[in-house]
Write a protein that binds this ligand. Structure first.
Ligand code: GDP
Ligand code: MG
Length: 207
């Protein structure tokens, strides 16, 4: 199957913030109170269609590598168009971790990659009241958009992914013709072995 757009989105964040649950909610409309741990990197796809175009999103789930501070291999960034940094709206430590992920992705991100911060678990009581302020302290002076979501009740999940998709289209206007015959197989990467692609050598100005 071919698509007008094929976007790769990487989902980072502290462990147990709901990365896998957000993907499950968006792709399969499911939610589990117990989620099997993600090993390494896996992706699920979501196809979007309107009267003008078809879009395939590859949503790359990551395990909490940050727990043991093993950096992500550079190959994960290959052909990435979007990055979500997920934190929990009830867990201040996960907000502090944003800084770690921003530093991690610093070397690989270009202005072409859309980065969004996602505060998940908005359904729970005892939300941190000054989330925006705390996030600002750790986003290293960027001005990333923040979405508050709940994978449990689904609120804002589609809205957040739709916003991301629109931003990726705006940043990749030429992709439309170039990738018409691309399939998922073109984008499968070997974890650990690949060189940093050309696009990533032009460093993101703001990182
Ligand atoms: N209440 C609530 N629990 C959530 C939400 N998202 C995930 N969880 C729970 O948080 C735990 C960790 O979720 P998981 O998706 O495995 O997190 P990950 O390690 O970041 O992939 C699981 O018990 C989920 O059921 C949410 O939006 N609300
Ligand atoms: Mg997971």
């Amino acid at each position: 199957m071919s698509f007008d757009y094929l976007f790769k989105v990487i989902i980072f964040g502290d462990s147990a913030v709901g990365k896998t649950s957000l993907i499950n909610r968006y792709v399969d409309n499911t939610f589990f109170t117990e989620v099997p741990p993600t090993f390494g990197v896996e992706f699920k796809t979501k196809d979007l269609q309107n009267e003008r175009e078809t879009t395939r999103l590859q949503l790359w789930d990551t395990t909490g590598q940050n727990d043991c501070r093993i950096p992500f291999t550079s190959s994960i960034y290959k052909n990435a168009h979007g990055i979500l940094i997920v934190f929990s709206l009830i867990d201040e430590k996960s907000i502090q971790e944003i800084e770690y992920f921003i530093r991690e992705i610093d070397d690989y991100c270009t202005d072409k990659i859309e980065i969004i911060l996602v505060g998940n678990k908005s359904d729970l009581p005892n939300q941190i009241s000054n989330v925006e302020e705390l996030v600002k302290e750790h986003e290293l002076s960027h001005d990333f958009k923040i979405f508050k979501t709940s994978a449990l009740d689904g609120s804002n999940v589609s809205t957040m992914f739709e916003y991301l998709t629109e931003q990726m289209k705006l940043k990749n206007p030429k992709t439309q013709r170039n990738i018409q015959k691309r399939t998922d197989d073109d984008d499968i990467i070997k974890i650990g072995g690949d060189k940093v692609p050309e696009i990533h050598k032009e460093k993101r100005k703001c990182c």
